[in-house]
Design a protein around this ligand. Structure first.
Ligand code: SF4
Length: 423
């Protein structure tokens, strides 16, 4: 076990931790540090995402990280995709409000540059850094700095079959890696660089079970290299991402059954734009978290990264046995609706976003379910004919005209947000 574990606060030590649903035990893992954030063990599920700026744009990247921090992100990943990005990392690490994980593909020298820049974690993809010697070089540098590594397997960039077995790092595999790296470098320089890459990437589709097994083998292949270099418990995280829900579930369940202590970073890769991407991600990540699998999550949407963070936070909130942060209960409306509920919920949302504490606010369109929800809410409204009832801490405060309902609830929310701002 890494010395790193001994400095963790007591609540973060490895131990029996319930899944966030409180219904099943959470898979036991050895906690891993990313800066000040602990992932795994009994630590809360961390929410993370990735910047979408050009990393060379330091100001834009730092600004996007700040917006993600405001939305509740715990950790951020930043691509380190060329030499200039590696140089920009120095300033990004200094100015960012979140711990930085450098995302590395193809070129191990960029991992070394990111480590020198002071990043708090690395993500390596076993599918495209396949040369054992290069991996070892990165592992040694990370160990010297006590920086953890996520082995990030993607179904779309799996190493070839011969590398996911015993022959990891063999001559043919290294040769294929070099061809792939050359094709990658040629993109942007010559038109046919991308054609070369497409040739190399072409592989027959496989059934989810088979792909999931290959993903787990790829992760284990990399884990063995790291472990053989004195890099193990407390230093490694693993992710197994596919772009479809069944493969993602199968791969993560299979890995969770193995006897390894490594925390799992969950994600459904390339989930697409909302709402489909949000739904697919919620089904995949929610299912696994509900089974006690997963220590940190990243939602991947074709959207602003702030939306990814908000979606991740909502997944965790929706599974939690206890309220986490502000929770808006609003009815879908139906033919019984007696107040303008759509406008009211839209107006309330920005005020909810400023609240840090765990409260429930209910906004209900009529007296069918309004009083019941109001009785369980910290603040609630139950609509009536042109009027409504305001609830506070489950008690009726007063009945008022519809026009007074929104200002009354906003007033209550602003008071809470002002108190929370002092926390
Ligand atoms: Fe319809 Fe009333 Fe239920 Fe809202 S609370 S969905 S308006 S019955």
């Amino acid at each position: 076990m890494s010395d790193d574990l001994t400095v963790l606060p007591p609540q973060h030590e490895t131990g029996e931790a319930m899944a966030i649903t409180g219904l099943v035990p959470r898979r036991k893992t050895a906690p891993v540090r990313v800066g000040e954030v602990v992932i795994g063990g009994a630590a809360a599920i961390a929410v993370q995402s990735m910047t979408k700026t050009d990393t060379r744009d330091v100001a834009g990247t730092v600004d996007q990280i700040a917006r993600m921090a405001d939305a509740g992100a715990d950790v951020v990943r930043v691509t380190c995709n060329n030499r200039e990005a590696g140089e920009a990392m120095v300033e990004i690490v200094k100015r960012a409000r979140l711990p930085i994980i450098a995302d590395i593909h193809f070129d191990h020298r960029l991992a070394l540059a990111a480590l020198n820049a002071g990043v708090h974690g690395l993500r390596l993809n076993p599918g495209n850094i396949r040369d054992r010697d290069k991996i070892v070089e990165v592992v040694r540098a990370a160990r010297e700095r006590n920086i953890s590594i996520r082995i990030g397997v993607n179904s779309g960039s799996l190493p070839p079959d011969e590398m996911t077995g015993a022959g990891y790092g063999g001559r043919e595999a290294v040769q294929r890696t070099q061809e792939r790296e050359r094709a990658q470098e040629r993109i942007g320089e010559e038109e046919d660089g991308i054609e070369d890459l497409m040739q190399l990437e072409t592989a027959p589709p496989r059934p989810p079970q088979e792909t999931a097994e290959r993903m787990v083998r790829a992760a284990m292949g990399h884990i063995k290299i790291l472990e053989a270099n004195d890099f193990g418990m407390g230093m490694i995280k693993v992710s197994l991402k596919a772009s479809d829900v069944p493969t993602t579930l199968l791969a993560n369940r299979k890995f969770a059954q193995l006897d390894t202590p490594y925390p799992l970073h969950l994600g459904l890769t390339e989930a697409g734009p909302p709402p489909a991407g949000t739904i697919k991600s919620s089904v995949a990540l929610g299912t696994l978290l509900g089974e006690g699998i997963g220590d940190t999550i990243r939602v991947s949407l074709t959207a602003d990264p702030v939306d990814e963070i908000l979606c991740g936070k909502e997944i965790i909130k929706s599974l939690s046995a206890h309220p986490i942060g502000p929770n808006l209960v609003a009815c879908p409306t139906c033919g019984r609706l007696e107040i303008d509920l759509f406008a009211m919920t839209k107006a309330i949302e920005p005020y909810m976003a400023k609240i840090k504490r765990s409260i429930t606010v209910s906004v209900m369109g009529c007296v069918v379910n309004g009083p019941g929800e109001g009785a369980h809410a910290d603040i609630g409204i139950a609509g009536g004919k042109g009027r409504g009832i305001l609830y506070k801490k489950g008690q009726v405060v007063k009945s008022m005209d519809e026009a007074e309902l929104l200002p009354a609830i906003i007033d209550e929310l602003e008071k809470i947000a002002a108190e929370d701002a002092l926390l």
